[in-house]
Design a binder for this molecule. Sequence first.
Ligand code: HEC
Length: 130
Amino acid sequence: MPMFNVFYIISLLLLSTSAFAEGDLAPESPSFQASAERGKATFDAVCVHCHHLTHEISAVGCPGLEGVLTRHNAEWIDAWLTSPESFAKTNVKAKTVVDANPYGLVMPTLPEMVKEHDRLDIIEFLKTLK
Ligand code: HEC
């Protein structure tokens, strides 16, 4: 196989695994659209260990997330998800949420919530929990 072809194939492989990986579009990209479906998949993988989707508080004191967007707006939830611990140091409402939990378990900063598009997807999903 000529060298030229080898480089061509390698660059195609690199492109398909990085730049164009599905769901990896930056929020500022015109084709990005927050997806409740992707958000639900993240919820089922990450948040479900602590939170119920009803009003019910979990056994370890995590608030049920039903109607969460009636308690906080999307911008607040975005900041919360980015880092609950540091947000609670600067935001009075976030501190109130932490103080209201009598069990002493604090929501950690989650590696899955580092990327803005992942947070926007999960917020889109939380909006469906009326
Ligand atoms: C290790 C357990 C844990 C995980 C995992 C977790 N949380 Fe939490 N979350 C908490 C706890 C505990 C609180 C209550 C505040 C506190 O004490 O930090 C909370 C509070 C919240 C609140 C504020 C709720 C309210 O009614 O004020 C939101 C929103 C939230 N979590 C969303 C999420 C989402 C979305 C995920 C998944 C990406 C997630 N959490 C993952 C433990 C967790």
